[in-house]
Design a protein around this ligand. Sequence first.
Ligand SMILES: Cc1cc2nc3c(=O)[nH]c(=O)nc-3n(C[C@H](O)[C@H](O)[C@H](O)COP(=O)(O)OP(=O)(O)OC[C@H]3O[C@@H](n4cnc5c(N)ncnc54)[C@H](O)[C@@H]3O)c2cc1C
Length: 299
Amino acid sequence: MCRLRVLINLTTIVTNNMALEQDQPISFEFFPPKTQEGREKLLTVIQQLGKINPAYFSVTFGAGGSTQQGTIDTVLDIQREGYSAAPHLSCVGSTQQNIREILANYKTHGIDRIVALRGDIPSGTLDAGEFRYANELVAFIRQQTGDHFHIEVAAYPEFHPQARSAQADMANFKQKVEAGANSAITQYFFNFEAYIRFVEDCDKMGVVVPIVPGIMPITNYSQLARFSDMCGAEIPRWIRKRLEGYADDRASIKAFGTDVISELCQSLLDYGCPGLHFYSMNQAEASLEICRNLGVQGT
Ligand SMILES: Cc1cc2nc3c(=O)[nH]c(=O)nc-3n(C[C@H](O)[C@H](O)[C@H](O)COP(=O)(O)OP(=O)(O)OC[C@H]3O[C@@H](n4cnc5c(N)ncnc54)[C@H](O)[C@@H]3O)c2cc1C
């Protein structure tokens, strides 16, 4: 972050810190580690990120149930460390019976927050299962478990790559909220205006649930480019060109990435977004540095 910006931020640190703690909670997303080594590393990451008192840690769920056990194992690790956990649950390729059993298991473990998704059909799989879209999963969770779960759904300020049109995607998002979602987490984005426009259009449509920006720290350009191609998040040209120019200079990529994302987060907080959800990629350092730039020092 440039010097001038740091000086400006220093004057706002106290206010931002208070705002973050009171109204704009932070959460972090993990994926279930595949190895014992990954699991042990994640425990350290949980402790490091835990120091800034996140509202919860969420854990992804492989579409088709491929990480079902890994998801619950990671959720239990988070709980054992003393933090709230929110498993993701994707419905594509699943049956009602399977989802019913997963919900019962989550309830047994005292889980009361879920991120409900459609997921993507794994390539080579033909059977889409008994749910077509996330709104059907949300309705099913409500039908089966009433108000037990706080349900988060996904939102796409730059629109879902398979959406027929921007308008159709917004209407589909509305359907998910009407089916019973309490709040939403967005796909990551680098265009601040896309988020503002999305939130304001939701407001006009009468969709008033909190829409928490999903934040992707930038640490690795080739990985970011691959993810962004898949999920439809646009990397603006000026960011892409600079990252490309750094080539293998990882330190410069991290420094620039931290600067850009810290400024994005600051703009979002100033706008009044209802929190920040970090796609941590099971790493603490990049998210923590951004949080420090926002004035969140932790305990
Ligand atoms: C915060 C977040 C967390 C995620 N976590 C995971 C995870 O843990 N595991 C995983 O596999 N994936 C995850 N994903 C990725 C997600 O599963 C994919 O983006 C998937 O393609 C769409 O899921 P969805 O829940 O948004 O689907 P939906 O809301 O069902 O939308 C999917 C597409 O269908 C369209 N659509 C929706 N309803 C209808 C309808 N009734 N009729 C016609 N079209 C419709 C939408 O416009 C959209 O184009 C996550 C994404 C986000 C943003």
